[in-house]
Design a protein around this ligand. Structure first.
Ligand code: PHE
Length: 353
């Protein structure tokens, strides 16, 4: 065995080890094992010094070839493994730009706010101004100044939320508290007439509260819109024409309006207003309970007693008022079967509007 044979054998061994290394770390171990200070090839190269002058040129040439071959194999394997490592890292970090993005749900105005907006729009078109009153009210505004006699049943506790007596934390008994949650928007009429002189054309939207258990046709809190007109020469005909205009704008020109005599303490005469059923056109169906008509609001001519409370001369001025439930208007307009749907916050319901 010549030293050249040794070198060739080591070369073959080194090249096989280079090929077999699968990571940069393994490849470095191979480099150290063959070409490091204590490497097997290094050891052979060191031994060249002890050769005879005849042997040296041949061995020197072979040793150079072997070292270069091993070094270049290490280099190219190094490049290969580094490239593969980079490719693996890139594919692990890859972002799939074809994935659909995450949609953020878009909110929208609540159906009651939408309908309220439509109502306000219609009356602004007739020159009305918007007024707002407090939700926590004095008995005086909610009842007394609206001509409710002291023993009127609407003052009974089952209808009205009285605000707790400030002197103690026991429940308030009727008559012991004059602070309550307004049961209708009509007290705003009184505030407006106290602070403005006729002519008055106002719309007063807002929350109202009643001691009712929520069911398909009742909510303990709902929304009303009050209308009040006070001017010289206002007649019941003006009231009827105004409401017909409103109904045609809100529900469509084909709908008819009917007024039925009714009673409210603060209007005289008073009426309840029906709109012809949008499902059957008035012939009677399940929606209107066979009646052909659906009730939408209460109204009447302002009672002279109310004018007396606010110091408006009933000899000079007349006026009308009306009050409607917004939840009910929306129910009739869209066929909503249960008032509780408005407050449950189910977006599958709310997003239909
Ligand atoms: N305030 C009455 C109610 O809540 C409605 C109404 C308003 C009636 C104005 C007549 C005039 O039922």
């Amino acid at each position: 065995m010549t030293i050249a044979d040794d070198l060739r054998a080591l070369e073959a061994e080194a090249l096989a080890a280079v090929d077999a290394s699968g990571t940069l770390g393994e490849l470095e171990e191979v480099r150290i094992a063959f070409l490091g200070k204590k490497g097997s090839l290094t050891a052979v190269l060191r031994g060249l010094g002890g050769l005879s002058a005849e042997e040296r040129p041949e061995a020197g040439k072979v040793s150079n070839e072997v070292r270069r071959a091993v070094e270049s194999a290490l280099d190219s394997r190094q490049a290969e493994l580094a490239g593969a490592a980079r490719a693996a890292r890139i594919s692990a970090e890859a972002v799939d730009v074809t994935l659909p993005g995450r949609r953020r749900p878009v909110g929208r105005q609540h159906v009651i706010s939408q309908i309220l907006g439509e109502i306000v729009e219609i009356f602004m078109g007739l020159g009305y101004m918007v007024a707002e009153g407090p939700e926590v009210e004095l008995d005086y505004y909610n009842f007394t100044a609206l001509n409710h006699p002291p023993d009127h049943p609407a003052r009974a506790l089952q209808d009205t939320f009285y605000v707790r007596d400030l002197s103690g934390d026991r429940a308030v008994v009727e008559g012991e508290s004059d602070v309550l949650l307004r049961t209708h928007t009509s007290p705003t009429q009184v505030h407006v007439m106290e602070s403005q002189k006729p002519p008055i054309y106002v719309l007063a939207p807002g929350k109202v509260f009643r001691r009712d258990v929520a069911d398909p046709s009742h909510l303990p809190q709902f929304t009303q819109v009050e209308g009040l007109v006070v001017d010289e020469g206002i007649t019941f005909g003006d009231l009827k024409g105004t409401l017909e205009h409103f109904v045609h704008q809100m529900f469509g020109p084909e709908r008819r309006v009917r007024l039925r005599p009714h009673f409210f303490p603060f209007t005289e005469p008073s009426a309840e207003v029906d709109v012809s059923c949008g499902i059957c056109g008035g012939s009677g169906c399940r929606t209107c309970g066979g009646e052909g008509w659906l009730e939408i609001l209460g109204c009447g001519m302002v009672d002279p007693n109310v004018f007396d409370f606010v110091g408006i001369d009933p000899e000079k001025y007349t006026g009308f008022a009306f009050g409607m439930g917004v939840e009910r208007i929306a129910m009739l307009k869209y066929g909503v079967p249960d008032l509780r749907l408005y407050v449950e916050g189910d977006t599958r319901f709310l997003h239909q509007f």
